[in-house]
Ligand binder design. Structure first.
Ligand SMILES: O=C(O)CCC(=O)C(=O)O
Ligand SMILES: [Fe+2]
Length: 206
């Protein structure tokens, strides 16, 4: 398990570098912070369920992390397809890892990367085990939107937050009731329109 954790940690830093490079802010934008950041590993065990269609292993949620790497023993992980809002099963490929973007990369990228809503379903005949490795900045380190991705025409859409802020959210909200951390970070769209309108108004007058 120790070897697995350190290998997925290295992988998370490499993926982080590819993501920030794809955003045009360079591969080293937060790679050091991720290297020094938090890694939380959850080992989930879902026993068989005689009526899997009326129960869930884990309710729909997105992870607070920057990114999450999942290894599953058999199918069960489903992701919400943003195009048609339908659940899609993540196929079981021997030894394959599922990587999904978490809330903090949605914030960093100002919404260019979307946090993946996912859930775990149950099987009728077998126990399912999954190992999820969640990678983020340090416990109290705030993740905000990269200032390079914010402009007057494209205002910041999220307020900053840390892993600790998420833990406080979790202490007061039930994910099973559909409460979503990322929704609490979204800056009021109307507020942004007002800012944009007043900026345009000022520049017209100027
Ligand atoms: O069991 C799974 O495949 C998903 C686990 C998960 O979403 C989590 O631990 O956050
Ligand atoms: Fe998750």
């Amino acid at each position: 398990m120790g070897k697995y954790s350190s290998e997925v940690k290295k992988l998370s830093v490499e993926i982080t570098e590819a993501i920030t490079e794809s955003l045009g802010i360079g591969p080293n934008y937060i790679s050091k912070k991720m290297e020094d950041g938090m890694q939380v590993i959850t080992v989930n065990c879902y026993p068989p369920c005689p009526n899997p269609e009326i129960a869930l292993g884990l309710p729909p949620h997105s992870d607070y992390s920057c990114l999450t790497i999942v290894l599953q023993s058999c199918p069960g992980l489903e992701i919400m397809h943003t195009g048609d809002s339908k659940w899609k099963q993540v196929p079981q490929l021997h030894g394959a890892l599922q990587v999904h973007v978490g809330d903090h990369f949605e914030v960093l990228s100002n919404g260019l990367y979307k946090s993946v809503v996912h859930r775990a379903t149950l099987n009728s005949d077998r126990t399912r085990i999954s190992i999820a490795s969640l990678h983020s900045l340090g416990l109290e380190e705030k993740m905000g939107t990269a200032k390079e991705l914010v402009s007057e025409e494209n205002p910041g859409r999220y307020s900053e937050s840390s892993f600790k802020d998420f833990l406080n959210f979790l202490a007061n909200n039930d994910l099973a009731e559909g409460k979503s951390f990322i929704n609490t970070l979204k800056v009021d769209e109307n507020n942004n329109y007002l800012k944009l309108a007043s900026a345009l108004f000022l520049s017209v007058n100027y």
